[in-house]
Unconditional design. Sequence first.
Length: 354
Amino acid sequence: MDNSSLKLPGYRYTPLHILLIAFPDLLPLLHLILFNNSDHMKFEAPVAVTEIAAFIGAELVGNSQLMATGLNEIHKVTPGDISFVDFEKYYNASLQSAATIIIINKKVECPEGKALLVLEDPFSAYVKLVNRFRPFEPASKAVSDSAVIGEGTIVQPNVFIGNHVRIGRNCLIHPNVTIYDHAVIGDNVIIHAGTVLGADAFYFKKRADREVIYDKLASCGRVIIEDDVEIGAGCTIDKGVSGDTIIGRGTKLDNMIHIGHGTVIGKNCLIAAQVGIAGKAHIEDNVILWGQVGVNKDLTIGKGAVVLAQSGVPGSLEGGKVYFGYPAEVASEKKRELGWVKRIPEIWEKVKSL
């Protein structure tokens, strides 16, 4: 086989591209590295906490010898991470978390082995750090020179592939798909026309004392699409605030679906058209969501659950059951309730005649 036939016309290939074309067996190793690295934004090299404090203009309390290795949200922090907290009710959770450095708006006792960066507006300080360590990189062409595209992958016209994107082997990407920076796509993935992967998280802080009242929290996370996933036309999948939005292996998405920031969808799920899933939801393996289901943020839908069409899911659901309605409840019980509701006029007439 002539490996030159794998190249995209007009695309400038880096040494890594050439290496992968010449030795395609290396791609699984690259794939393993990509899917098993950190699930949040890491710095290229550790940064001294003193440098961070100076950059955001914060008072440093605690261990001044620490090094920061990345940024993360409080529910996903690991040692070395910087996180922030600006509501007192979350202080304890933040201080007791794995975060090494915490940006906070009140001087409190610092736990041993940590550092606090105290200033008035932690939200804005965090945004400043995101913009410093993950700045926006303007595109100069439709397919970035820094993107890696695997053997056998077909990219149709008018597809945009951003900076540092990784796409596996034997994928099919249909026209007008947009893949934002840092997205990771596995092998044998199909993405239909008009889908957008990696738009910013819908995350804002309200400032009631201003004319323009919403401040945006900058996003530095990624979208990860694992092997054998199919995504329908016109879908939108937002990247995480600092972590990853993940679609698990073998999952199939219909058209016009929205998936919010930081959501994790398991393996072999089936999601029908017009489903909307809010941020940081966890959909476990083998879940089926039928058309127009709405899923709230910060919840879990258990393995093997089925949610029938037009249901609303405000809270977590156990796996292995069929659900219906709003709020979504076990379908057999919900239908029995609806049967009684339909009988209310009849029952009322009987009551009046007593």
